[in-house]
Design a protein around this ligand. Structure first.
Ligand code: PLP
Length: 425
């Protein structure tokens, strides 16, 4: 199991200083993950960190200082990226349904590429760009006629609301290329997530690079960027194995190098979120009560799935537990099978089901590891009006609060009381 301190700061110290529940991130792991990915790719491949997995501005800023670029999917993510210090030319903006406000802001700050996901959006961008007298740098997201076999979560190669289908793009490309206020600078494909087989990422990338070549050849179009997505995964469960980075590097380097030889002026982008952030974070909560119920035992904590929905395994038929640890108990020989519950009035509010843990007591700290990706950003924080938990970064052996817990006033202040409508009797 993971050590009970991060850079020498113990979980108990964190509990005493900040109180549970909280997310805690290890800056060493975050930067090592990014650097491992980056150094196993040729220098000329730019890695774009997907803010959706964890948009905390301090984490983004740390990754930016390491050389990462930013992939954003909302106005707020764009503003976070700018606040974290990413230069607009190192930001791309995508997402299947962007508002006019988002498109206009992206054009205003001149992000490197606006990734267009539909024909309607394409012409909307053309109009917005015309209104402000600009030419928009646009990459077209393609849903290819190819799906990544080894991706547990497939975004392309099947019916989804992402991008434009490959055959359709071939039909309409000449018309799109005539738009006056759009420069079709590149293509984007994001085909799947949680891939642990280097060969799967290679095949996916090979397909996208050849698609780039087919489109540019057929339409004699000059592109200057290609975004091949990524989907590099981390193992969470039993038999899953780490992505083999030696194999990854051996496969990807020659592939990118021969593409670069042919297209020396094309910027090559890969996107990554989970691989960079997942293992850098743990979610920590505390046992408030222990209950036996009809033969099962429940550790009822002050956390829950409103803080960490991913731990429930959305989309999975059977919940498989993230690595879960009792941080307080001595390495006891006595273990038990527990359900780790949270604060919500919902029987599904179980951070772990039937997990084997040392004999536990009220007050013990429970950690759900590998939780740095898709934690708060993918959780229904407003359920029970609980709000999001604190987030803490450990950097150079010191702890820093990088997100305050939502207080009642933070949540209530967003609501509007119209009681005058009801209290007039
Ligand atoms: C377009 C796009 N880019 C990047 C990501 C991040 O994926 P991952 O966390 O697997 O790296 C996703 C995840 O859904 C995505 O849809």
């Amino acid at each position: 199991m993971v050590s009970r301190n991060i850079q020498g700061v113990t979980f108990n110290q964190l509990d005493q200083e900040y109180g549970t529940p909280f997310y805690v991130y290890d800056s060493n792991v975050l930067t090592a993950n990014y650097q491992r990915l980056k150094t196993n790719l040729p220098d000329f491949v730019d890695v774009f960190y997907a803010l959706k997995v964890n948009p905390n501005v301090s984490l983004c800023s740390l990754l930016r200082s390491e050389g990462a670029n930013a992939e954003v999917c909302s106005l707020t993510e764009l503003e976070i990226a700018l606040k974290a210090g990413f230069k607009p030319q190192n930001i791309i903006f995508l997402g299947p349904s962007k508002s006019d406000e988002e498109l206009a802001r992206a054009l205003e700050v001149e992000v490197f590429a606006l990734v267009i996901e539909s024909v309607e959006e394409f012409y909307r961008v053309n109009d917005i760009a015309a209104n402000i007298g600009k030419v928009a740098n646009v990459a077209i997201r393609i849903n290819p006629s190819f799906s990544t076999r080894s991706a547990p979560l497939k975004m392309g190669g099947r019916p989804t609301h992402f991008g434009i289908e490959e055959p359709r793009l071939f039909e309409i490309f000449p018309a799109l290329a005539r738009a006056e206020h759009i420069n079709i600078m590149g293509i984007h494909v994001y085909n799947g997530s949680r891939i642990l087989a280097a060969q799967g990422i290679y095949e996916n990338t090979e397909y996208i690079l050849s698609l780039y070549q087919r489109i540019s050849d057929q339409f004699n179009h000059h592109f200057s960027m290609v975004d091949v997505g990524g989907g590099m995964g981390v193992p969470y469960f039993g038999a899953e194995k780490e992505l083999d980075m030696v194999e990854f590097s051996q496969l990807m380097r020659p592939l990118f190098s021969s593409f670069k030889q042919r297209y020396p002026h094309t910027r090559i982008l890969m996107e990554s979120g989970r691989y960079i952030a997942a293992t850098a974070g743990s979610f920590v909560c505390k046992i408030n009560s222990i209950k036996q119920c009809y033969g099962e035992e429940f550790l009822v904590t002050d956390g829950g799935t409103h803080c960490h929905l991913s731990a429930v395994g959305i989309g999975a038929v059977v919940q498989r537990n993230f690595p879960t640890e009792n941080l307080s108990s001595e390495q006891s020989l006595i273990t038990k099978i527990y359900n780790v519950a949270g604060v919500l009035c919902n029987p599904e509010d179980l951070l772990a089901r039937k997990v084997e843990l040392p004999d536990s007591k009220v007050g013990d700290l429970i950690a759900v590891h590998k939780s740095g990706a898709y934690g708060p950003s993918a959780s229904p924080g407003l359920f029970h009006s609980q709000g999001h938990p604190k987030e803490i970064l450990i950097h150079q052996g010191l702890s820093h609060l990088i997100r305050k817990k939502d207080r009642p006033e933070d949540i209530i202040s967003r609501q509007i009381l119209v009681s005058t409508l009801f209290d007039q009797k």
